[in-house]
Design a protein around this ligand. Sequence first.
Ligand SMILES: Cc1cc2nc3c(=O)[nH]c(=O)nc-3n(C[C@H](O)[C@H](O)[C@H](O)COP(=O)(O)OP(=O)(O)OC[C@H]3O[C@@H](n4cnc5c(N)ncnc54)[C@H](O)[C@@H]3O)c2cc1C
Length: 478
Amino acid sequence: MGIRTGRQYLQGLRDDRAVYVSGERIRDVTAYPPFQRTVTTLAELYELQHDPAHKPVLTYPSPTTGEPVSTSFLIAETAEDVARRVAGEELRAEATFGLMGRLPDFMNAMVTDAAVAAAYLAQHQPQFANNLVRYYEYCRENDLCLTHTLVDPQIDRSKGPAEQADPAAALHRVRETDRGIIVHGARMLSTLAPFADEIWVGPFYPRKAGEEPYALCFAIPIDTPGLKFICREPYDTGRSRFDRPVSSRFDEEDALAIFDHVLVPWERLFINGDIEASNSFLVHGAGYALLQATIRGVVKLRFLAGLACHLAEAIGRSAAPHVQAQLGELVAKVELGNGLLRASAQDVVAARREGLSLRALAAALWVFIPETQMRAAEIIRQLSGSGLIMTPTERDFDNPEIAPFLEQYLQGKGLSARARVRLFKLAWDLIGEQFGSRQLQYEWFYAGDPIFTRSRFYRSPVVDNYKQMVMRLLETAN
Ligand SMILES: Cc1cc2nc3c(=O)[nH]c(=O)nc-3n(C[C@H](O)[C@H](O)[C@H](O)COP(=O)(O)OP(=O)(O)OC[C@H]3O[C@@H](n4cnc5c(N)ncnc54)[C@H](O)[C@@H]3O)c2cc1C
């Protein structure tokens, strides 16, 4: 089949999926008003692949059919291949201003990583490795959109899933049948779930002996019987694009994924209780998912830096030295991000060729990007003052009784009141409103807890080199 059109993508979402919002089951997610504008954004991304101006960047010929398929499925062996992945993913991230963390690209990249890791899995269970490669090809050829869920419910984090008061709460294998395994329990979160074709359940936390029923990896269609998604409140409340410039288009949704005695067919199972495979599977990928997340994060930083500069200029503060220092700090950090992105792409090439570790990529993703997103939001708040809050609605501007006052009192430096308010509304939607607060929470946690992930750097072998340097100085000081 190859790349889908926007219409084909939308058609695929009209199935028997069990998606709940505010206590109501949503029969057609494409027609539900709070979801409609986000599914339109996603459909536009599918459509973009058919645009002759972008098709060469966004697609490559399928190794099995020769038909165009998304570059986010490319198993990149060379520097040129990795550059193709970066170009395609950067284009889609730019199209959404870096605001959708779980663009289909992300899971396409993760499934491609999994296909690379299949070589490792084959040493454990060859039939599951074959399943994985076939599944990757299926996603690639059908241009599927996936959600994923890796984390057990946050009930009592001081204990593993088997030690919880209710050991049946976390997703686990209940029994095996001739058709597959029956699983039951929940995982959280599952971003993009209402808008996806399939769900990927993967390993994330290290599992230990006794947790075999929880050590699972599989993928099934969203409309599989027994699978239910309970969504958080949507942030698109139907307000105009003027009033909510980003939540009206980019709310990718998050859901609790509930598996109520769900059948996972044998051919969709990739890990079934193998603790060692579950714990080491992810590190045998190629780093494509991490690279996609880094690209998306850096694109968003560019957008935030641009926005901060506009805000300062709109209120005539951009000449103040301390404001320039804050803006300069952000722009410099974007440059660091761009550099880390280039180094990350090289890391991916080197890792494929020589088995080196993905240190620059990991540093970008686990340390630099979450911290810089937080810092950018802080700078935007600090330099905006009350402008972030005093943002009347589009309907206020449409009321002739008050519009002239707004035009007079809310104008900016060389900007009409409408243009100035529009800018600050964008900033508030992006960092303050429900959508904005969720963005910050997402940026901090989506790749795991950055406080804990960064401790891996202290444990990395390179630390010995740094410590030896100190000893070298001390030895020559004698
Ligand atoms: C908006 C959003 C979207 C997400 N989307 C997805 C998705 O699509 N798919 C998916 O699989 N996951 C998703 N996640 C979940 C994400 O993977 C987790 O949030 C992340 O792994 C952290 O786990 P947690 O939320 O359970 O927090 P916890 O791990 O419970 O952390 C909570 C607190 O406990 C502390 N803590 C953690 N570990 C320890 C420890 N060992 N000792 C002491 N303190 C500790 C942390 O520092 C933190 O302060 C999403 C999260 C967010 C916020």
